[in-house]
Design a protein around this ligand. Structure first.
Ligand code: ZN
Length: 132
């Protein structure tokens, strides 16, 4: 059996689903069908964006690969569009959340990456529960 993380599992019928979404300052609030309430800071949420680009951008603590065979040992820097400094002037906001099927949300921020599909299971793995 291959080991998969919880987030990779297929959704199950009895998985909790969000019943209410809200904002609290810069944080996103999610109430779940099992009665728990979650509070996620928007900045944190975007940093945990599950899309490939963000995983690379934010999780490159792990060395990409020891592949130096091409480029003659020259280090190639991946260039990504960097947001202007103005992006730090105001707190990041969630503009809207679009349901994807019945298992995930596409979260649109007012800036930065808007490609992440956050499965319900993944959202719950991010923690930040304020009640049981
Ligand atoms: Zn992303």
């Amino acid at each position: 059996m291959t080991s998969t993380t919880e987030a990779d599992r297929e959704p199950e019928a009895d998985d909790p689903v969000p019943t209410e979404l809200g904002r609290d300052g810069t944080a996103l609030l999610i109430r779940w069908s099992d009665g728990r309430q979650q509070r996620l800071e928007t900045e944190t949420l975007q940093r945990q964006c599950p899309c490939a680009t963000c995983r690379e951008r934010y999780r490159d603590a792990e060395p990409a690969s020891a592949d130096s065979s091409h480029a003659g040992g020259k280090r190639i820097e991946a260039t990504l569009p960097i947001l202007p400094l103005a992006s730090t002037a105001a707190p990041l906001r969630v503009e809207r959340m679009e349901p994807v099927g019945n298992y995930a949300y596409a979260i649109r921020y007012d800036r930065g990456c808007n490609k992440g599909i956050y499965t319900f299971r993944y959202l719950r793995e991010l923690g930040g529960f304020t009640s049981r």
